[in-house]
Ligand binder design. Structure first.
Ligand code: FES
Length: 157
């Protein structure tokens, strides 16, 4: 079973290497693709990406650690990220965070038991003039109020 899973992952990454090419600049798009389909980048995938691109695994890991939209641990189906940087903080991020935590019954950094949501803080999303900014999966929500946050969460499948 484990061998089959490994083979499937290796095949998937081989196809991505064909799609994006074997150069160093392919590393990020390949990791993004794996992240999109698996919601995280498992250790084995990291090793295979390194092997197939002929780079050191530490290089793969450091790219995953650098970008907040990439992660190596399994998370919920929906990743809810709230900007914690100063402008959003001053615009009312704390009240939005409390409303979200109350609604989902978990704290930031945690995943709901049904694996539907993971809550994370992130740094500036580039929407500083429209804070507090919330990112759910790949969609950004500007000017989020506590009420609006709860409404948005209820619409996420
Ligand atoms: S400070 Fe929150 S988006 Fe820039």
């Amino acid at each position: 079973m484990l061998v089959l899973e490994k083979n499937a992952m290796t095949e998937e990454i081989e196809l991505l290497v064909v799609k994006f090419g074997k150069s160093r600049s392919s590393l990020l798009p390949i990791l993004q693709d794996i992240q999109r389909s698996h919601k995280h980048i498992p250790d084995f995938a990291q090793q295979e990406v390194a092997r197939l691109l002929d780079i050191h695994p530490v290089e793969v890991y450091s790219v995953i650690s650098f970008y907040s939209f990439l992660n190596s641990n399994a998370k919920g189906r929906n990743i809810v990220r709230l900007c914690q940087t100063i402008t959003c903080d001053m615009a009312g991020k704390e009240n939005v965070a409390k409303a979200i935590e109350r609604e989902l019954g978990i704290k930031f950094g945690e995943t709901t038991k049904d694996n539907k949501f993971t809550l994370e803080y992130v740094n500036c999303l580039g929407m500083c003039d429209q804070g507090p900014a919330l990112l759910i999966n790949e969609r950004v929500f500007p000017k989020v109020t506590p009420e609006k946050a709860v409404q948005i969460l209820s619409e996420v499948k």
